[in-house]
Unconditional design. Structure first.
Length: 270
């Protein structure tokens, strides 16, 4: 199966922490010219997304994996007809965050773009959700879901430059997630795959009865989506729009993509 991936940051690290285990042909369009999409205007982001999708279509990919809120925006607004997108984030939210919510108060955190579009797109996604019998029995359950959003604009910079175990990063995660304790949400939703890189810090910082679903859940969802698809030979082609320095300096990413330097990864400047 040929899978296309759109990225503009270190979310590629989080995704390939499990994608490397599955034999598919991956084509990654890495937009480091406009790093990071999260702090760019919606119009500019969608312009770059359009360019990336057209490029991946030319490569003949079967499906395309895009960042979380962009995935929902494309789904809800029926953009790019005829193009197949991998519903990773949609399934993550529907099958876990909605299904196991205790009181219907959900928190989401991300960058500027995610906050501008997040609640709108998540609310549309929730319209088709049918409460479970258990949720109907909870008198204080919020119908429709009550949403709380938190902008965490500085995470991407520390994730890009610092160790994920750095005390400063863990302190920032804890302080940002404190907002959700005060708002009394029961589930928190990351709106960028790179945030899963610090899932241990998130687990440690979250409060009692606040649920968070980590990378293992994403991997299970991915496995279910592609289980009927034919596996091929594992290969990775990365196409970067800028200088590509992140790709050359991030040794951990190189090891992941190459399966411990056993596979040659093709890096292509556009």
């Amino acid at each position: 199966m040929k899978i296309g991936i759109l990225t503009s940051g270190n979310d590629m690290l989080a995704l390939f922490s499990f994608l490397q285990r599955y034999d598919h042909e991956y084509h990654v369009w890495y937009d480091d010219t406009f790093l990071f999409w999260g702090d760019k205007p919606v119009e500019l982001v969608m312009e770059r997304v359009t360019q990336g999708i057209r490029f991946l279509q030319e490569k003949g990919v079967d499906t395309i994996l895009v960042p979380p809120i962009i995935e929902l925006k494309i789904r809800n607004e029926k953009l790019f007809p005829g193009v197949t997108f991998l519903p990773l984030f949609e399934s993550y939210v529907k099958e876990n965050c909605f299904t196991y919510s205790l009181v219907g108060k959900l928190g989401f955190f991300g960058d500027l773009f995610d906050l501008e579009e997040g609640q709108k797109q998540l609310t549309i996604l929730a319209k088709d959700y049918v409460l479970s019998d258990h949720q109907r029995e909870i008198k204080k359950f919020h119908v429709p879901f009550a949403w709380r959003g938190r902008e965490v604009r500085n995470w991407k910079y520390l994730l890009d430059t610092c160790s994920w175990s750095m005390p400063l990063l863990h302190h920032m995660v804890k302080q940002d997630l404190r907002y959700f304790k005060d708002a009394k949400v029961d589930t928190i939703i990351p709106c960028n795959y790179s945030y899963f890189l610090v899932q241990k810090a998130i687990e440690k910082a979250r409060y009692t009865n606040m649920r968070f679903y980590g990378l293992s859940i994403l991997e299970n969802i991915f496995t279910k989506i592609v289980e009927t698809k034919q596996n091929g030979i594992y290969s990775v082609n990365v196409y970067h729009t800028g200088h590509g320095k992140f790709l050359s300096r991030e040794k951990k990413l190189q090891r992941m993509l190459s399966r411990g330097n056993t596979i040659n990864v093709a890096y292509n400047a556009l």
